[in-house]
Write a protein that binds this ligand. Structure first.
Ligand SMILES: *Cc1c(COP(=O)(O)O)cnc(C)c1O
Length: 410
């Protein structure tokens, strides 16, 4: 699958990034699993925003919303304080309330399910596909009840879900399809962004993600009604902001629903907007790195590589290696420890959400119903993946993984 966005935004940044833009660890140092890239253009953009009259709810928030919408080919965007606030706004806008059920992927960060609890709904976990670790449409269908309101699909590791099947399912049962795209800005399924398939897509701009605003997030949608609800929700449930009131020459405002303060600052959006200009090239670099890892690991019989759907344009937030089925959680632990000891910042994404203590205590019934997620968790490791990794660092990671595999007993 080729890129669905044009690679037109290459300026001089790409060159500067790799030379002096950021302090990347050298060949002998610790290599983290993810890190941000900040260059002098980013710093200049933030500085300019700090010198302006409005440092929050000013013009740069709207500029960044428009730029993200253009990038994703959807009309409406609402920038918020973080990716979790984006999920909360999405679940609110979908009308989820007391007793409603929302079907969620278990192999994700807890926020993807916590947002349902914030609205007093019940998250129902449906299993992932064993090959891709993406929410499995047939498993979703088996969990639909008369209480189901929405589905939260997660573009795990940066691969878009099977959106033809999920879209058809949600249309048939009148469910709101929410795509948690924290891992997948720029991803596409059949040449359409995840945001174009979903009713609402949510993004995170935390520093480990593709682009950052420090903390930040966004909800995007094709529905003007959903966009209006989420814009109110971001600002205490008030139906206008200070810019609208100034334009209308009035001091009056009405609080029409219970919302939150989920606003984001202008200088944060200035950073994210500057980062967005480089995103297409960063994605190309992530895909190059993934291809190097694929070459090294895909034909190794000790590995069970995750599959990439032929209709998917994968943007590799994470690169996840998976041990073959004969290995156990003990082997995974041994490999993990050895990689950490050799200065490779590995991680594991994720413990299935229902196995967290809080979920075990409050939702006893939901354990052991997602065998693919449980089985995957025991054998996966996320290895370093970010655009500023040098080829030399990638080679160092590959040889450390191979050495680690050699030392496993089976
Ligand atoms: C990072 C992340 C979030 C939460 O985003 P924050 O900006 O940290 O609140 C939600 N879902 C997934 C899958 C994530 O990776």
């Amino acid at each position: 699958m080729t890129s669905f966005f044009p690679l037109t935004s290459c300026g001089s940044w790409c060159v500067r990034d790799s030379r002096k833009g950021c302090s990347v660890s050298d060949a002998s140092g610790f290599i983290p699993y993810a890190r941000q890239t900040i260059d002098s253009d980013d710093i200049a953009a933030v500085t300019a925003a700090l010198r302006s009259d409005l440092i929050t709810t000013g013009p740069v928030v709207r500029t960044f919303e428009t730029e993200m919408c253009d990038f994703l080919h959807v009309p409406y965007g609402v920038a918020v304080s973080n990716g979790t606030a984006a999920l909360h706004a999405a679940v609110y806008a979908a009308g989820v309330g007391d007793g409603d059920e929302v079907i969620v992927s278990p192999l994700t960060f807890a926020a993807s399910a916590n947002c349902v609890l914030y609205q007093r709904g019940t998250p129902i976990f449906a299993d992932v596909d064993a090959d891709t670790l993406l929410l499995k449409p047939t498993a979703v269908e088996s969990k639909i009840s008369k209480h189901t309101k929405a589905v939260i699909a997660v573009d795990y590791a940066g691969q878009p879900c099977d959106y033809t099947a999920l879209r058809a399912l949600c249309d048939r049962y009148h469910l709101t399809l929410i795509a948690d795209c924290a891992h997948s800005p720029g991803a596409a399924f059949q040449n359409k962004s995840s945001a174009q398939w979903a009713d609402i897509a949510t993004y995170s701009f935390h520093p480990v993600k593709h682009l950052t605003s420090g903390e930040g997030g966004m909800v995007v949608t094709r529905s003007e009604t959903l966009a209006r609800r989420m814009r109110q929700f971001r600002n205490h449930g008030i139906d206008s902001d200070h810019l609208n009131r100034a334009a209308a020459g009035t001091f009056e405002y009405r609080m029409v629903t219970l919302g939150y303060n989920y606003r984001i600052c202008d200088f944060q959006c200035a950073l994210a907007s500057s980062q967005l200009k480089k995103l297409a090239h960063w994605i190309e670099r992530r895909r190059q790195i993934a291809a190097m890892y694929d070459d090294a690991f895909n034909s190794d019989e000790r590995m069970a590589p995750l599959r990439v759907h032929h209709d998917a344009f994968h943007v590799y937030h994470l690169y996840v290696i998976r041990l073959a089925t004969r290995y156990t959680a003990v082997d995974r632990r041994a490999l993990f420890d050895q990689l950490r000891a050799s200065g490779i910042g590995v991680n594991v994404h994720y413990l299935p959400v229902y196995r967290h203590d809080y979920y075990q205590q409050h939702f006893k019934g939901c354990s052991n119903n997602c065998p693919n997620a449980d089985a995957a968790y025991d054998r996966i490791i996320s290895i370093p993946m970010y655009s500023a990794l040098s080829d030399q660092q990638v080679m160092r990671v590959i040889s450390a993984v191979q050495k680690g595999l050699d030392s496993l007993s089976v």
